[in-house]
Design a protein around this ligand. Sequence first.
Ligand SMILES: Nc1ncnc2c1ncn2[C@@H]1O[C@H](COP(=O)(O)OP(=O)(O)O)[C@@H](O)[C@H]1O
Ligand SMILES: [Mg+2]
Length: 243
Amino acid sequence: MVRKFDVSTSWLQTKELCRYYRRGPHEVRAVDRVNLYLERGEFLGIVGASGSGKSTMLNLMAGLDTPTSGRIEIDGTALSSLTRRELAAYRARRVGMVFQSFNLLAHQTALKNVELALYFNDTPARARRIRATEILERLGLGDRLDHVPADLSGGEQQRVAIARALVKGPEVLFADEPTGNLDQVNTEQIAELLAGLNRQGLTVVVATHDLDMARRYAHRTVRMDYGKLVATDSGRTDGEPGQ
Ligand SMILES: Nc1ncnc2c1ncn2[C@@H]1O[C@H](COP(=O)(O)OP(=O)(O)O)[C@@H](O)[C@H]1O
Ligand SMILES: [Mg+2]
């Protein structure tokens, strides 16, 4: 097998990754033979129209969904070879997820929303509170700790959701349309925040239909179309057929 570039250091690699859904007599190829790599420290944009498979792709990479066929390797280890417990640890510790709709607990404060992310991580209560407070302060929400989501702006809610993802100290942040519910000003702020976290060393993957945002913030942007990876805007292409 000849490789065009050295991908031995990739944090993640997918190989002929497929996720098909059956819908009545039809098969929906949400992700169709995708070969993608993710380098440590990069900011990757995944763009494509609604329904092109971006969310499915993120959920697969985050270990929240299981491929129909093909594989995902993290540091060269197939996710499918992990035990249930190891997969749970991967999801809980190594990756963070952020969604368009924030998915915060409506009746809990910002602080509690972030603390709860550590609840399943064997972190003592006092340490949970300290770490949650620290990360919220770092994201500029030090004076919003006791606010419930309804008393926060959309941009602030998304920052709480980002804090919740970061408090576990993940290696990679997967963000699914993180600015989809935000106005232009908040979109810029959240994109800047993600770029800043990336500059500090966090690997970031953003799925978005906002090509303009992806172009401005991502190091590399790949495009999905009907489940296929169809293009990349850097000089590198992934996994040509026959590789
Ligand atoms: N749970 C599901 N059951 C059936 N079809 C699904 C499911 N999730 C996604 N799909 C289909 O897979 C395709 C890709 O969806 P998705 O990954 O959500 O795309 P995107 O995030 O780019 O909008 C769409 O045709 C969608 O309808
Ligand atoms: Mg989506």
